[in-house]
Write a protein that binds this ligand. Sequence first.
Ligand code: TYC
Length: 119
Amino acid sequence: MFDINLISMAGEPGGPDREDGGTERGVAIKTKPKTKKPSMYRVLLMNDDYTPMEFVVSILIGIFNKSPEEATRVMLNVHQTGIGTCGIYTFEIAETKVAQVMDAAKRNQHPLQCTLEKV
Ligand code: TYC
């Protein structure tokens, strides 16, 4: 997004009153890129009593790009506390990963639940 900022206008208060015989007239503008950080979303995995630990680890490796060691650590944290973070992403990516987890769980008939929350 670009914002057009008025700098000054010849002949106006604060403007550049030129006595050098310049012939340019009108408005001086500059464009400033307006950068806005995207909102971030935490993808959460819920514990349940039935989804096999190995399945959760495979989800964390395959969808969240974790190493086997990190995937095991995250899975055990969810298993012990009831909930845990898989990662933090922009909305579209977070939403896609939640859908991928839910789809894989459904296809394999596991009750695994995954949601997102705004950071
Ligand atoms: N609690 C499950 C078991 O004992 C393992 C598990 C871990 C399930 C994490 C879901 O998000 C989960 N088989």
